[in-house]
Design a binder for this molecule. Structure first.
Ligand SMILES: CCCCCCCCCCCCCCCCCCCCCCCCCC(=O)SCCNC(=O)CCNC(=O)[C@H](O)C(C)(C)COP(=O)(O)OP(=O)(O)OC[C@H]1O[C@@H](n2cnc3c(N)ncnc32)[C@H](O)[C@@H]1OP(=O)(O)O
Ligand SMILES: NC(=O)C1=CN([C@@H]2O[C@H](COP(=O)(O)OP(=O)(O)OC[C@H]3O[C@@H](n4cnc5c(N)ncnc54)[C@H](OP(=O)(O)O)[C@@H]3O)[C@@H](O)[C@H]2O)C=CC1
Length: 515
């Protein structure tokens, strides 16, 4: 029997961010491996016109939860959604709910965050720093609490190239930042943001670093641990390979490549692509919860959930495998034939953005206008290029993360736990993983049926013919213009024609001689 699974039986777990990508997989795994778990409280806000119950219902009825329902048929009774908004004071939780949380919670997994790279500093501080501080305050009033697990990111210190499993100090104290956000107006915050974030690329990584310092400073006598995942990708094995449900990280770029929108990207091909499957992160997180509660380490331990130092893959290999898979399993209704390349400097990037991204979008918009429809492709392309410019930092740098604590934890697990909560990334076969990832993007994100593959292939053939036709027409037009206007072009043309004529005549003559 798995010791970790047994540990979670009869426990009351509190998860923030349970409706997010990582949170859903965490909840699924906890229920599947510990069906005797007492309850999972999830802090949820109503969203997109859906009530809490409707949101939970939607999650439980998704494909991700199919296996759970087999082992834990009453799973819906064990999820207790609590109305909460982490941006509000006391999270806007009702008194009764707060009382229940304070008196019953055994383990907290704090996953909620804003992961947007362009979030305004005030918004990012509120969710990634202030809410963490408030949650710690709440946790300190929970008599039954055994462990508080905070999910951060491996990029919280991306201004360094070698990152250890320690908390690095921030030049300005998080408390001062929290206070100043309350009285500074937006224009002043906008002005000081670049100075505060320094050599980090965005407010996200900066506020996640502040969040870690808050965890260290305000954890009092709680058992606290921090998990730092790198770029979280689709599931590797569980509950099934390739599951993904949002566009973050590589997923959006895989779609953009497969649909033929993204044809080139500025990247360092040999830089490490530190992607980590979401189920690996979740297995580590659950094991960290167990270890922190049972072994009560004296200090806050940080665990890196990264792949680069144990089983590295680079962007070149990843890109090639993405393209190879898309060729086998094409996406439907592609805009152009998928054929992406890496550029390495600003000039070639700008050139290919103009020629390969914006020009076809302008031509397509022209076609839409001619056929009486509203042009939309250039707008879409500009948004994609803006998104890519924000991700570029992460595909043009390499980092080294030490994984001593993660490896120590792996060695502490029984063989059964190592199997059930496998986070040994050395066993990951990248080519297989990427293939399943692309397939998962097609099935679960784009919701495309595999029966449509022959039609998608047919569409790509049509696009190839249009491409050839377009290039031939373009060549003929340019040639016609040149011939009409330039004596030199005419001379070159006559030289080529006479050269070809002589060449053919020579071959004819030599073959006649042989006969
Ligand atoms: C030799 C040949 C080789 C061949 C070569 C082949 C080459 C081909 C290669 C093939 C691929 C190989 C893999 C390479 C992947 C590398 C990825 C690295 C990522 C690392 C990041 C992780 C680091 C840190 C990890 C962490 O710790 S944190 C988690 C990560 N956090 C995020 O990833 C949030 C990012 N996003 C935002 O920050 C917001 O999205 C925002 C951008 C502000 C826009 O924001 P906004 O414009 O306001 O609006 P949105 O609604 O958000 O989006 C607006 C529109 O863009 C769409 N769209 C949103 N996203 C994405 C996305 N990703 N990718 C694409 N599209 C996206 C959305 O569909 C919407 O489209 P539309 O509706 O217009 O049609
Ligand atoms: N995805 C990645 O590549 C990586 C993620 N991480 C970390 O993992 C954690 C989870 O990320 P991920 O699942 O990808 O992110 P998602 O964006 O998918 O999920 C974020 C979660 O936070 C919740 N949330 C946001 N704002 C509020 C609020 N005001 N009140 C209540 N809940 C709120 C969201 O709820 P709602 O559904 O209502 O919006 C959602 O459940 C984060 O801490 C992130 O920093 C770390 C490294 C990489």
């Amino acid at each position: 029997m798995s010791m970790i699974a047994a540990f979670y039986s009869n426990k009351s777990v509190l998860i923030t961010g349970a409706t997010g990508f990582l949170g859903k997989v965490l909840m699924e795994k906890l229920f599947r491996t510990s069906p005797q778990l007492k309850v999972i409280y999830i802090l949820v806000r109503p969203k997109s016109g859906q009530t809490l119950q409707e949101r939970v219902f939607q999650i439980l009825n998704s494909k991700l939860f199919e296996k759970v329902k087999e082992v834990c048929p009453n799973v819906h009774e064990k999820i207790r959604p609590i109305s909460a908004d982490l941006n509000q004071r006391d999270f806007a939780i009702s008194k009764e709910d707060m009382q229940e949380l304070l008196s019953c919670t055994n383990i907290i997994f704090h996953c909620a965050a804003t992961v947007r790279f362009d979030a305004h500093l005030r918004e990012a501080v509120q969710l990634n720093v202030t809410a963490t501080q408030q949650l710690l305050l709440m946790a300190s009033q929970m008599p039954k609490l055994e462990a508080f697990i905070h999910i951060s990111t491996a990029f919280s210190n991306c201004n360094l190239s070698h990152i250890d499993e320690v908390i690095y100090p921030c030049p300005v104290e998080p408390r001062k930042i929290i206070d100043s956000m309350e009285w500074l107006d937006d224009s002043i915050i906008d002005e000081i943001t670049p100075k505060l974030i320094g050599d980090r690329p965005n407010t996200y990584t900066y506020t996640k670093a502040l969040g870690e310092v808050v965890v260290q400073q305000e954890s009092r006598n709680l058992n606290v641990a921090i998990v730092r995942p790198s770029i979280v990708g689709a599931t590797w094995q569980e509950p099934f390979p390739g599951w993904v449900d949002n566009l973050n990280g590589p997923s959006g770029l895989i779609i953009a490549t497969g649909k033929g929108f993204l044809r080139s990207i500025k990247a360092t091909p040999m830089a490490v692509a530190d992607v980590i499957p979401v189920d690996t992160v979740v297995n580590l997180t659950i094991a960290v919860g167990w270890y922190t509660a049972v072994h009560r380490p004296k200090s806050t331990l940080i665990y890196h959930s990264t792949s680069g130092n144990l089983n590295p893959c680079n962007w070149h290999k990843m890109g090639l495998q993405v393209l190879a898979t898309i060729e086998k399993i094409p996406f439907e209704s592609a805009f152009r034939r998928p054929n992406a390349d890496f550029t390495t400097n600003n000039f070639t990037t700008q050139y290919w953005n103009a020629v390969s991204h914006r020009a076809p979008a302008i031509i397509y918009d022209f076609y839409l206008r001619l056929t009486g429809r509203k042009p939309r492709m250039l707008k879409l392309m500009n948004r994609l290029l803006r998104t890519i410019s924000m991700l570029e930092y992460f595909i043009n740098h390499s980092w080294e993360w030490s994984t001593n604590n993660t490896e120590m934890l792996l060695s502490e697990l029984s063989p059964e736990d190592q199997r059930v909560f496998n986070f040994d990334v050395r066993q990951l076969n990248w080519l297989e993983y990427i293939e399943n990832y692309v397939l998962g993007v097609k099935k679960y994100l784009l919701k495309e049926d595999l029966a449509g593959i022959p039609k998608a292939k047919q569409h790509l053939k049509r696009l190839r013919n249009i491409h050839y036709l377009f290039n031939t027409a373009l060549f003929l037009i340019i040639w016609r213009l040149l011939i009409a206007r330039s004596q030199m072009a005419r001379n070159i043309w006559f030289f080529i024609v006479s050269f070809c004529y002589k060449f053919i005549s020579y071959f004819r003559a030599s073959s006649t001689l042989k006969v």
